[in-house]
Design a protein around this ligand. Sequence first.
Ligand code: BGC
Length: 736
Amino acid sequence: MPKKNFIDDLISRMTVEEKAAQMLQVPVSVVGMDEARKWARLGVGSFLNVLGEDMEELARICAEESRLKIPTIFGIDAVHGHCLNKDATIFPSQLAMACSWNKDLVRKIAKITATEVATEGIQWTFSPILCLARDPRWGRTNETFGEDKFLSGELGAAMIKGYQGEDLSDDTAVLACAKHFIAYGEATGGRDSYDTEITMRKVRDEFLPPFKKAVDAGVATFMTAYGSLDGVPLTANEKALRGLLREELGFDGFVVTDWDTVNALINRQKVCADHKEASRVAAKSGNDMIMATLEFYKAVIDQVKKGKLDESYLDEAVKHILTIKLRLNLWEKPLKKGIPGSIGCRSHLNAAVEAARESVVLLKNNGVLPVRKGKKIRRIAVIGPNADDIRAQYGDWTYFTHPVPGIEKEPQRPYVTILEGMRDIADHKGIEIRYSYGCSVNRREYYKGNFESIPAFMEQCYIDNSRKTDTYKEMPFINEAASLARECDLIVLAIGDNYNQAGEYNDRAELRPSGMQEALVRVLSTLHIPMITVVVASKPLVLTDIVEKSDAVICAFNGGMFGGQAVAEAIFGKINPQGRLPISFPVVTGQVPVYYNQLPGWHEGRYVDCTEEPLFAFGEGLSYTWYEYSDLKFNKRTKTVSVTVTNNGKRRGVETVQVYVNDVVSSVMTAVKNLAGFERVELDAGESKTVKIKLEDEAFSVVLPDETRVIEPGQFEIFAGHSSKDEDLLKVTVTL
Ligand code: BGC
């Protein structure tokens, strides 16, 4: 491997043009191969969104035909599996994976994803997202680990370790990317990329901790956020990029901007007059690599040559990039090798099954679940738009939502939808499954209570052409579903949202299920047949009426390839659901934000027309057994919580013990409670275990108005139990 001063030597031989090219990331999906080849000859630092032979050709041009033969790197959004490759293993979305609260599983999935990405030759994935989804109207809620900083930090660090492995030069290790820095999820009104109305003190307190854990886990790259913080775009935010990230957290990798954010400084956020100013601002603020703003190249060269920008800014950025390239050992291995034959292999698919099972969250059960033979179920009606829709099950960031040129857009096997999963198990039990579509997930509309109110601009549904229909014309489908259900002993209804309601540009003002889905539930509930509602969605939806009308409710978010199988296994009791919510569900949309760790108000936080409690709280999740907590203790010296958990039911299960801390009196207001630790414990029926969880010092700290984090002595309440709800928690009060 080349020596470290190799980089300084290389930089000393680079022209300004070569440095500018090294700082550029070119989107091949946009410019096409002809232009990409030209950039490769100029020695561009990175490409994104290119696979296969095209990628190999670009790698070869950079490494062999550019003047200094500096190898390039390829980046891709492999955010829940190497999903932009149609043959890859598709895991549950980050939000669905977070339901497992399982760091080992998340790390394993990341390792598999890295292996598949590396087998394609690629060295970099733009994952994980460490933004907090505290406003579920935000379109990218599905991409997060949910609403909590501690859970996001723990799972994010595990994911980074899985992607990067022990050594970046390993054949199966790829660069992780902590994104989007910072507070992106807090965009005003849940509108992607809007300004964030919070102070730097809050940024440090609420949003920095997961990113700090990412740096501590050794993450190699960071991505900036689209939005702005108190009026300063993150791409132009020197305080965030140089101050917080480099100086305070000690990050030593490289920073890439988000897509075209340097252009956005001019034409959207309007803080720069032209590309010359924008390129100067971007370089000075601490961005090392510029994604997709190709104008940066000429503009930055111009500014350096005119003496408006010190060349040392370019040297610094290039050094960050080349250091990571050196750690990847790119000069000897310009492309990753991975493990030939591993993409979508059986052991990877098995891990996707395991992940899907752990992502299932049981939210309500009046005893109808699990479905057993003895319950005299002979015929089950499987109904609903998401019962047999693999696109809804996968969610965003797959080959059919973000196509790379030349990739097949039709979902590829193997995968199992809910309908298929139900059929597989029911066949063995001699139970008949009948299926009816019910209604579509109409993208924009939600049912407004009467059919006349449906506006004329009603969009056509997306599912497929044979079902292309205006929403108001869907009553016949609903009637058909009801007729079919009448002949059955049980209804399994799968509703939710679809991938075109999630992701960038897809924020929602209304969180009630769209289209005629609520009408479908209402009609089916009048039949008085036991009904299990399964929610396949990218985020918490408003399910208040639906929960009331259902005998059981399962939240399945976007479960990936085997999400349907996992749901069916939960319904038939082949698995004991163990998922816990990483995010709270509002009672009505206007109740948002409803995340659990808010600051205390003094009018009880209640609306006159709505409770202050969420419909389902952070940490909630039932199973086919139940647990009792006892004997909560806290060791002040070791800061360790100990609590005994007993499985009081008749089945083996996995309980996630959650520990929360409340600083009783502090010089600034603190949240009513904050998650400070968790541990999954497996218990046989009747078994008890004492669980010990060591808390970090940070759990007892506050961020003062001068932005310093300190531990103030005094009383702390320590809670341990099943969820964030007070009634699920034991409490001890200690003085530290
Ligand atoms: C997204 C990033 C993503 C990038 C590259 C952007 O639009 O915000 O999360 O990594 O595109 O595809």
